[in-house]
Design a protein around this ligand. Structure first.
Ligand SMILES: *Cc1c(COP(=O)(O)O)cnc(C)c1O
Length: 383
């Protein structure tokens, strides 16, 4: 750091140079990210709420009220008016929070069944807390093997089960209804990771739904204790905005820590000082778009998903599964190599771990013309 500061103009000009090195969503080359360009109203809201801190909610009563309201709105979307929770930094923190609740509720070495397809944030949770994970295998449709779970809880004491509604790699939905039954019958905590799917499934038009998939994933299933749902993915909020919702307020006591020097003397979130604009943006975008707005966005993404799948197939490139949501996995014998070749041509896809495939997330910034260009490049690389 220099002794003397520089002018505002110099600072901004210097920053601009760095910013220009970043990829831009609107160029349509980012095909492997679950994030997208935030809704344009975000800029105004961030400006208005820039200094707010929900780590000290007594000082920001209005922002705190907004958080209660937005949790209420998301709770209603997930069929539960009594939901309790927070807008936090993301799906990772949300999953950590849920794991922390199980640990404090049940016992020190909580034993938790998670599907093989679970997001790596659960590995962080295991690292940080004394959790024992039992990895449940996946069936041929890439969802949790419910029979394995049922058999396992009959033989061993289990404290928690995790189900996924919209897996990171393939967008598959576990049979949460069956997991819920198992959880209720055996008094086991059930957490649903809908970090991505939470802002997709409720807005999915009937014409995109498949008969053999159970789309139920929320609090309408009585065994579901908590849900991760991220506004900064398909919710179109700016980063950071993750959501953790519990069935009711009774779960708070498992999360509370004494916070004597703050205006509210118990703190339940992992993060202390916490951005209020995340809450305000999520509230504002949900109000602005309404269900209708989100349905339109999800339908557009689904149309483009189907378009991409069809177009790839025309060139003999098959997808691993018929897409459940706006995530496509294209079979590829050497996905790592194809991925790096694509990068050299300026296209950024990701790869799957559970199967040899390229992974494309068809977010709102991905348009048909981008898909056309992409397929052309992909085909040229393969021939
Ligand atoms: C994205 C994702 C996460 C992690 O969310 P972050 O916001 O990146 O921390 C967790 N679970 C699932 C299913 C996800 O898709």
């Amino acid at each position: 750091m220099e002794e003397k500061g520089i002018s505002e103009r110099e600072v901004l000009e210097a920053l601009k140079k760095y910013r220009e090195m970043d990829l831009k969503y609107e160029n349509g080359r980012i095909l492997g990210s679950m994030c997208t360009k935030p809704h344009p109203i975000s800029k105004k809201i961030v400006e208005m709420f820039l200094e707010t801190n929900l780590g000290d909610p007594g000082l920001f009563k209005g922002t705190k009220k907004l958080e209660e309201e937005v949790i209420g709105m998301i709770g209603e979307l997930l069929h539960n008016k009594n939901a309790f929770g927070y807008i936090i930094t993301g799906g990772t923190e949300a999953n950590l929070t849920a794991m922390r609740a199980i640990k404090n509720m049940k016992n020190k070495n909580a034993k938790i069944i998670i599907p093989e397809t679970a997001h790596f944030s659960f590995d962080k949770a295991r690292d940080m807390m004394d959790l024992e994970f039992i990895k449940a295998p996946i069936t041929k449709d890439y969802t949790i093997d419910v029979d394995f779970v049922r058999d396992y809880v009959e033989d061993y004491k289990v404290d928690g089960i995790v189900g996924i509604a919209g897996s990171t790699e393939l967008g598959t939905i576990d049979n949460i209804e069956e997991l819920s039954k198992i959880a209720v019958e055996n008094d086991i905590y059930l957490h649903v990771d809908a970090a991505f799917g939470g802002f997709v499934i409720p807005f999915l038009d009937e014409r995109y739904k498949k008969k053999n998939i159970n789309y139920k994933f929320d609090f309408s299933l009585e065994g579901v204790c908590s849900i991760t749902i991220d506004p900064h993915k398909m919710g179109l909020s700016p980063i950071p905005a993750g959501g953790i919702l519990f069935r009711d307020k009774s779960f708070k006591k498992y999360l509370n820590i004494e916070a004597p020097y703050l205006t509210e003397t118990q703190q339940a979130t992992i993060v202390g000082t916490r951005a209020g604009f995340s809450v305000a943006c999520t509230w504002g975008i949900m109000k602005l778009l309404g269900k209708e707005g989100y349905k339109k966005i999800v339908s557009e993404c689904m149309e483009n998903t189907i378009y991409l799948t069809k177009k790839a197939k025309e060139y003999g490139i098959e997808s691993v599964i018929e897409p459940v949501m706006n995530i496509v996995a294209l079979k590829d014998e050497n996905p790592k190599e194809t991925c790096s070749k694509l990068k050299k041509h300026g296209w950024y896809v990701s790869i799957c771990k559970c199967v040899n495939a390229l992974r494309i997330v068809v977010m709102p910034h991905v348009k048909k013309e981008h898909i056309d260009e992409f397929i052309e490049v992909l085909v040229s690389l393969k021939s």
